[in-house]
Design a protein around this ligand. Structure first.
Ligand code: FES
Length: 95
């Protein structure tokens, strides 16, 4: 199975194997997402999942706590922590 990713701001579409990390897809297609720590602690990779939130791996407690500290709504995630199980559309926000 493959998944489709729409990077809304850049109007880029990508197809990738199910279970892949969003960061890997973003880098492969040159999407404009800045990554820093890649461990979920800096927030530079924050995104809004505009479509397909349920297709993203669930956030762990660490990611939930970090996003809560930013008062981020539930549709926001850290791109470095997301694995894809279906089609999504995302927008880069940053910290
Ligand atoms: S790169 Fe630092 S939180 Fe994702």
């Amino acid at each position: 199975m493959s998944v489709r990713v729409h990077f809304i701001l850049e109007d880029l579409e990508a197809e990738a194997p199910e279970g892949i990390g969003l960061a890997e897809v973003a880098e492969a297609v040159g999407a404009d997402i800045t990554f820093g720590c890649r461990t979920g602690s800096c927030g530079t990779c924050r995104i809004r999942v505009s479509n397909g939130l349920s297709a993203c791996s669930a956030p762990d407690a660490e990611e939930r706590d970090f996003l809560a500290s930013l008062d981020a709504p539930n549709d926001q995630r850290l791109a470095c922590r997301v694995k894809l199980n279906g089609d999504v559309a995302i927008e880069y926000l940053g910290i």
